[in-house]
Design a protein around this ligand. Structure first.
Ligand SMILES: [Zn+2]
Length: 351
């Protein structure tokens, strides 16, 4: 291993490096010099067979060559990467105006969106949300709401009774009224909104066995029918637009007295009369009334000192109205093509 031969290594290595035409070729050359069995590595291993003096001079020389090699390869690698990048930029022309790939974004179901809209209206009016169990005690679902034992709703034909005695899949969200009164335990005001599932043995174009309702209950001193009408009118205008008209018709529910149903102008004919509204110009959207004194008592409130109103509405019917859906069953078929047409932010704000 003589000094002159080692001197020529630098030139030899530099020529090989400059001849390499790709990063892969450069790696091969690097391996031949600096790899585990490369020339420089081998030469360094051979140092131990030299005399102490030679070992020092040759060792220093080899170290110098190794430093030179490391720099040379690093520099050349960087140059080649830069060249490759420049070549790509020059050869590959990108059309920045092409539309990108849009990721599939999940959507909220029209029922969820409608429920949230309703919640938003009432949360702004100071209501709080309450929830109750879907498997409900018959007392909460019927007796406490003044529904007598011979009422048709208590028939096996209409309700889902389950194997536990005295339990039923709740037929409406109204039992949450009683649960809320028990929870508030005489405190005033009670101002709650209770969204949730309800179950009935119905299945046709306008009924499904599981559906969503929103129940509202307000109890305080001096609550009147005017408060109920005012609240419902605000809700109707917030959800269906300022142009909507409402009307109230007397009705009957066991747990309210007096009771009334609210109609809104028909969306199809805007009040002129059509097949959808049976030529009346109106469609019913909810049932409501002043809380029956017996129901107040059942919830632990004194009907002589406080009064209240309640209403319940079907979320599906409102969703159909808001989203322009004409068949209730479409809401439950989980047809992605159908559901994906209800993109967010295309209609009303907040949807
Ligand atoms: Zn109509």
């Amino acid at each position: 291993m003589d000094a002159q031969r080692l001197d020529s290594w630098k030139d030899e290595m530099t020529r090989e490096v400059m001849k390499a035409e790709s990063l892969t070729e450069l790696q091969t050359v690097r391996h031949q010099w600096l790899g585990r069995k490369g020339k420089i590595t081998n030469a360094m291993k051979g140092l131990s067979s030299l005399s102490i003096e030679d070992r020092r001079t040759v060792g220093q020389q080899l170290n110098g060559i190794r430093e030179y090699a490391l720099d040379l390869f690093a520099q050349r690698e960087q140059e080649m990467e830069l060249q490759e990048e420049t070549r790509q930029l020059q050869e590959e022309v990108y059309d920045m105006t092409l539309p990108g790939l849009w990721p599939d974004v999940g959507l909220l179901h029209p029922i969820t969106r409608t429920r949230r809209l309703i919640e938003d209206v009432f949360l702004r009016m100071g209501f709080s949300l309450e929830y109750g169990p879907e498997v409900e005690d018959e007392w909460y679902n019927f007796e406490a709401l003044n529904i007598p034992a011979d009422h048709p709703a208590r028939d096996m034909q209409d309700s889902f009774f389950i194997d536990l005695p005295g339990m039923v899949l709740r037929t409406h969200t109204s039992p949450v009224q009683i649960r809320a009164m028990k929870k508030y335990d005489g405190a005033l005001p009670v101002r709650i909104l209770a969204p949730g599932r309800a179950f009935r043995r119905d299945d046709d174009a306008t009924h499904v066995p599981m559906f969503f309702q929103v129940e509202a209950l307000v109890i305080d001193r001096g609550i009147s029918l005017a408060d109920l009408k005012g609240t419902l009118n605000i809700m109707a205008h917030e959800l269906l637009g300022d142009g909507i008209k409402t009307r109230f018709r007397p009705s009957y529910f066991p747990f309210t007295e007096p009771s009334m149903e609210m109609d809104v102008t028909c969306a199809s004919c805007r009040g002129a009369g059509c097949r959808v509204c049976k030529e009346t110009g109106w469609v019913e959207i909810l049932g409501s009334g002043m809380v029956h004194p017996q129901v107040l008592k059942n919830g632990g409130y004194d009907p002589l000192t406080v009064s209240g109103f309640a209403f319940g509405l079907g979320i599906e019917r409102l969703a159909m109205r808001i989203f322009g859906i004409d068949d209730l069953r479409l809401l439950y078929q989980n047809d992605m093509e159908f559901l994906s047409q209800f993109q967010p932010y295309t209609g009303r704000p907040g949807l």
